[in-house]
Design a protein around this ligand. Sequence first.
Ligand SMILES: [Zn+2]
Length: 102
Amino acid sequence: MPKSGISEFGEFHGLHVAAPQPGFRRIRWLPAVPRSDRVRVVQHTCDCRDVVYELCAAGGLLFIRRMTYAADGTVRELIETDRFVAARTTRLWAGLLAGTDR
Ligand SMILES: [Zn+2]
């Protein structure tokens, strides 16, 4: 996971997810299963939060990974969505950031 940079101009922040909106859609999260295929992180939310989301690509499909970090920096929980075609997962990613899906 890339660390947020700190410079003389202050701390840089990446994407932050919005608070869940009223009536938000519940994303179906599944326990992450280790697989042999190569996973590429396309986009990720800011690591200043305890929960970091990653938009991931593998085998021509996209999925979202959700990592919860403990205070000591270790991953306490790793869950992920099903793998879908790009358009569907990109919509889900946008909804996650906007707070309409969580
Ligand atoms: Zn941040």
